[in-house]
Design a binder for this molecule. Structure first.
Ligand SMILES: *[C@@H]1O[C@H](CO)[C@@H](O)[C@H](O)[C@H]1NC(C)=O
Ligand SMILES: *[C@@H]1O[C@H](CO)[C@@H](O)[C@H](O)[C@H]1NC(C)=O
Ligand SMILES: *[C@@H]1O[C@H](CO)[C@@H](O)[C@H](O)[C@H]1NC(C)=O
Ligand SMILES: *[C@@H]1O[C@H](CO)[C@@H](O)[C@H](O)[C@H]1NC(C)=O
Ligand SMILES: *[C@@H]1O[C@H](CO)[C@@H](O)[C@H](O)[C@H]1NC(C)=O
Ligand SMILES: *[C@@H]1O[C@H](CO)[C@@H](O)[C@H](O)[C@H]1NC(C)=O
Ligand SMILES: *[C@@H]1O[C@H](CO)[C@@H](O)[C@H](O)[C@H]1NC(C)=O
Ligand SMILES: *[C@@H]1O[C@H](CO)[C@@H](O)[C@H](O)[C@H]1NC(C)=O
Ligand SMILES: *[C@@H]1O[C@H](CO)[C@@H](O)[C@H](O)[C@H]1NC(C)=O
Ligand SMILES: *[C@@H]1O[C@H](CO)[C@@H](O)[C@H](O)[C@H]1NC(C)=O
Ligand SMILES: *[C@@H]1O[C@H](CO)[C@@H](O)[C@H](O)[C@H]1NC(C)=O
Ligand SMILES: *[C@@H]1O[C@H](CO)[C@@H](O)[C@H](O)[C@H]1NC(C)=O
Length: 554
């Protein structure tokens, strides 16, 4: 073994130490370090507009105290961090940025920076964190960036003008653990060299124009926990190595042209998986059954075969499932009653636009956390179960375009967080429950094209929260338009056409000041059009035609 002893008198060491401690701006500049000030001023010179932060960037104070600038502790006159995120910066990034060679963190995200990412950025060998996200940069990612050998976090996302391919040289940055290039206009293939980034934990390349296959090597990075490749043009198979990542909690490859079978033991091979998005591809075969720790399962436009529902039974073991989204498939067959046994943590259950038949299980009320229930556009029938009133967290209840029948349960008045209730296009009958008047957060109520009878409950007309639409058209409703209609002070669309409403249009309607469309045609209303309508300044469409009494007054 070779042993090197450094012999150095203690006094000399002490002197050296003291002289470092005593470094002042003047000596730093004389040593050439003051170039950081010139680089910052050159950066400022390319900024055409800012929210005010650069106002402090003048030579009356030390540049280390300028807004967004941090100097080092050891290298006290070297800029180590520049954070100008969300400072309303317009302009371009000066190549002088490459002179801030002690920079460890550069954050220019959420601004209006244009033009190119200067290749001189490659001079920042100490840079660990780079964030250029959400700007309007229009260049390629310079291959020079790979010279930033200390880089751990690279975020260049949501710059629709950032184009070209992902430089293969990126893999030369051995510490890179976070790579976010999503929502740009990147083309070409995914470089297989990404498989060399052994520290990589987050890989986000979604919403680009990437094509070709997913390189198998990516699965060799053992720490990967987040892979988002959705909305590209990727084709081929999902490499098996991707199903072998014990830390992976999110895998999204939705909206590509991938094909092949998903392994049936996905849950075992991906023990940490919580969120999986595979929709809009060309996958075949059964859905994986063993996804116990899943919180989100999203499959859309993916399954063309008439899929069995037994996978729902298996999902009842997923106690952390929060999102189940299976819309726009051709799922057929009866809605399984096991649906009511899904996780009580389920927040979203969305099954729109399938061919699902059967009834809503009467125990649906078990899903106590549910916020969104969307069963739109299926072949469902039977009644809306009374127990729906237990889903008191529901925010959206979408049941339209099915064949539900029977009366609307009055327990619906229990859903006091509901903002949208849409059940148009069914065969609902009986009276509209007055309890709907308790839904004081409701902004849209659609019950048109059903067989609802009786009077319009005045309680509904008192819901001043209803702002978007109140549509009761094409039912068998009778009696007068309630006087309370004047309480709909925030309503833009009121549709009562195609009923058997009678009596006068109440003068109170003039209080609906923001109304834009008022349709009351095809009823049995009488009398004159209320003069108060002139108070509704923004009215675009008014239809009171075809009143049976008016058509045949003689
Ligand atoms: C950046 O550094 C180069 C090389 O040291 C020098 O020529 C140039 O003037 C510097 N630019 C600024 C703005 O400081
Ligand atoms: C220079 O910066 C200081 C704050 O550091 C500010 O108060 C002053 O107004 C600035 N001067 C000019 C001329 O912009
Ligand atoms: C790439 O970076 C190196 C080192 O900083 C620099 O010398 C070179 O000019 C850069 N290349 C381009 C095209 O700017
Ligand atoms: C940059 O700043 C934004 C906003 O403050 C922050 O959300 C983001 O995490 C920062 N980026 C990095 C890489 O630290
Ligand atoms: C994508 O980027 C554009 C432009 O920066 C932005 O407007 C949009 O919100 C981004 N989309 C997402 C999903 O982040
Ligand atoms: C990086 O990946 C490429 C392609 O997979 C490979 O040829 C190369 O040897 C790797 N380099 C290193 C340093 O691991
Ligand atoms: C995918 O490729 C097709 C044709 O090659 C093209 O029309 C389409 O815009 C591409 N889509 C994306 C998201 O890149
Ligand atoms: C999955 O991982 C195991 C153990 O790390 C390894 O032996 C096997 O080859 C891997 N399979 C794939 C397809 O990468
Ligand atoms: C589910 O996740 C927990 C920790 O989040 C883990 O301990 C457990 O092993 C996982 N379950 C399965 C079946 O992998
Ligand atoms: C109404 O909600 C309460 C809890 O807020 C619940 O106990 C009750 O059972 C619900 N009623 C119906 C009819 O669902
Ligand atoms: C309403 O009831 C009538 C008579 O039972 C039936 O013919 C019609 O199809 C029903 N309409 C709707 C929308 O359910
Ligand atoms: C509205 O709720 C209150 C209290 O929660 C209840 O007493 C009342 O009967 C409900 N109104 C209707 C019309 O159901």
């Amino acid at each position: 073994m070779l042993l090197i002893r450094i012999r150095c008198p203690l006094q000399k060491l002490l002197l050296l130490f003291l002289s470092i401690m005593a470094t002042n701006p003047a000596t730093a500049e004389s040593m050439g370090h003051g170039g950081d000030e010139a680089a910052l001023l050159a950066f400022k010179a390319k900024i055409s507009r800012h929210s005010g932060v650069l106002g402090s960037w003048n030579q009356s104070t030390s540049y280390c105290s300028w807004g967004g600038v941090t100097c080092g502790r050891r290298h006290r006159w070297r800029v180590v961090a520049l954070d100008l995120s969300s400072q309303g910066l317009d302009g371009t990034i000066s190549p002088a940025i490459g002179n801030l060679t002690f920079l460890r963190s550069l954050n220019l995200s959420f601004n209006g920076l244009q033009g190119e990412i200067p290749p001189s950025i490659g001079s920042l060998r100490r840079l660990r964190r780079l964030d250029l996200g959400v700007n309007i940069l229009t260049s390629v990612i310079p291959s020079n960036i790979s010279r930033c050998i200390s880089l751990r976090v690279m975020r260049i996302y949501s710059n629709k003008g950032v184009q070209g391919s992902i430089p293969a040289e990126i893999s030369n940055m051995p510490s890179l653990s976070y790579l976010a290039l999503a929502n740009n206009s990147m083309t070409g293939t995914t470089p297989s060299s990404l498989g060399n980034l052994s520290r990589l934990t987050v890989l986000s390349l979604a919403v680009n124009y990437l094509e070709g296959s997913i390189p198998a090597g990516i699965g060799n990075n053992p720490h990967l926990s987040f892979i988002q490749l959705s909305i590209n043009n990727l084709s081929g198979l999902v490499p098996p190595s991707l199903y072998n990542l014990s830390s992976l909690y999110l895998l999204s490859v939705a909206y590509n042209k991938l094909h092949g079978r998903l392994p049936s033991d996905l849950g075992k091979s991906l023990p940490s998986i919580q969120d999986i998005g595979i929709g809009n591809n060309r996958f075949t075969g059964a859905l994986p059954l063993s996804l116990t720790n899943l919180s989100t399962l999203q499959i859309a436009k993916s399954y063309n075969n008439e899929e069995e529902w037994k996978f729902v039974d298996s999902l009842t073991n997923c106690s952390s499932l929060q999102m189940l989204k299976l819309g726009w498939n051709r799922f057929a067959g009866k809605l399984p009653s096991s649906l009511a046994n899904l996780s009580t943590n389920l927040l979203w259950l969305r099954l729109p636009s399938n061919h699902i038949s059967g009834v809503i299980p009467s125990e649906i009320g078990n899903l106590a956390s549910l916020q969104r229930l969307d069963l739109t556009d299926n072949l469902l029938s039977g009644v809306i179960p009374e127990s729906i009133g237990k889903l008191t967290r529901l925010d959206e209840l979408l049941l339209y375009m099915n064949s539900f029948s029977g009366v609307i349960p009055s327990s619906i008045g229990n859903l006091t967080d509901l903002t949208i209730l849409n059940a148009y296009g069914n065969r609902l009958e009986g009276k509209i429950p007055p309890s709907i008047g308790n839904l004081t957060k409701l902004s849209a109520l659609h019950l048109s094209i059903n067989n609802l009878t009786g009077f319009i409950p005045n309680e509904i007309m008192e819901l001043s929260s209803v702002s978007m639409i109140l549509d009761l058209s094409h039912n068998l409703l009778e009696g007068p338009v309630p006087l309370g209609v004047g309480n709909l002070v925030n309503l833009e669309l009121l549709m009562l056409s195609g009923n058997k409403l009678s009596g006068k249009i109440p003068d109170t309607i003039g209080s609906c000041r923001v109304m834009e469309i008022l349709l009351m045609d095809d009823n049995s209303l009488q009398g004159s059009i209320p003069a108060t309508l002139k108070d509704i300044k923004g009215l675009i469409q008014l239809n009171v035609s075809q009143q049976t009494e008016w058509k045949h007054p003689w």
